[in-house]
Design a protein around this ligand. Structure first.
Ligand code: K3U
Ligand code: ZN
Length: 174
């Protein structure tokens, strides 16, 4: 497996609509998904989508953990989600801070559905239907956007774009 590189904002791969994966391909992609997870962990991310490493296929990993911004975030082991979809979304929305491995050094406030119902396939081909809330729902929506050619800045007000330095000065450290 070639070393994976994270595509940065401006790379047209991030603007593509990623292709569904046929169930027959799942197992043959296992080495790629292992490398994808390693890449996410190397960069300390809580998620990563296949198009971010230039594979335009409908797959991502979600891996929540408590962190300074989201101290109550549940611990969720890295979970691979294939052909994921939102099947229901709450009317209630929440604004909170996001970052992106493809847009280093920038943070923004993004409005997301607070509760969602989703479906996805596992690597073994089993369908999972579940409800997500809070930070995990936020990560899922952020990653699903990557499969549809969107980045978090597309959903933020320009007045809510912060550099990492200003975010740390004004927001994270009061
Ligand atoms: O902003 C980041 C973060 C890391 C740990 C805890 C809290 C925030 C790093 S960026 C990140 O993990 C993205 C990963 C991406 F870009 F590949 F999708 C996921 C993400 C972070 C924050 C909110 C929603 C999604
Ligand atoms: Zn991202």
């Amino acid at each position: 497996m070639e070393t994976l590189t994270i595509a940065q904002l401006g790379n047209p791969i991030l603007r593509e609509h990623a292709s569904p994966i046929s169930a027959g391909q799942y197992q043959s992609l296992a080495p790629f998904f292992s490398a994808l997870q390693k890449k996410m962990q190397e960069h300390d991310g809580v998620g990563i989508a296949a198009p971010q490493v230039s594979e335009s296929i409908r797959a991502f990993i979600v891996a929540s953990r408590p962190n300074p911004r989201y101290p109550d975030a549940p611990l969720m082991a890295p979970t691979l989600m294939l052909n994921p979809e939102i099947t229901w979304a709450s009317d209630s929305m929440e604004k909170d801070w996001e970052g992106c491995l493809s847009i280093p050094g920038i943070r923004a406030l993004v409005n997301r559905h607070s509760h969602i119902e989703v479906r996805y396939d596992t690597l073994e081909g089993k369908e999972v239907k579940t409800q997500l809330a809070g930070f995990i729902a936020r990560i899922f929506q952020h990653e699903l956007d990557h499969l549809n050619g969107l980045v978090f800045l597309d959903r933020a007000d320009k007045a809510d774009y912060y550099t990492e330095a200003e975010y740390l000065k004004q927001i994270a450290q009061g």
